[in-house]
Write a protein that binds this ligand. Structure first.
Ligand code: ZN
Length: 64
């Protein structure tokens, strides 16, 4: 269905992710230019690395 390879996730899309620490789901921007933290536990979910966002959590779904 909406399962995609990780390479595609760094595009300008919103993605639904699950925090690996507390398992809270949240929707984040896949091309974040700043660190995105989990709203619940504060774990860093997305980290910008040289223009591309590095996803450090499980991606559940890629939204359009
Ligand atoms: Zn969390």
């Amino acid at each position: 269905m909406t399962r995609r390879k990780e390479m595609r996730i760094t595009e300008s899309r919103f993605i639904r992710v699950r925090c690996p620490k507390c398992e809270k789901e949240q929707i984040i921007f896949g091309k974040a230019t700043s660190k995105t933290k989990c709203l619940k536990c504060g774990k860093i979910l997305v980290e910008p690395t040289g223009g591309k966002a590095k996803i450090r959590c499980r991606v559940l779904e890629v939204l359009n």
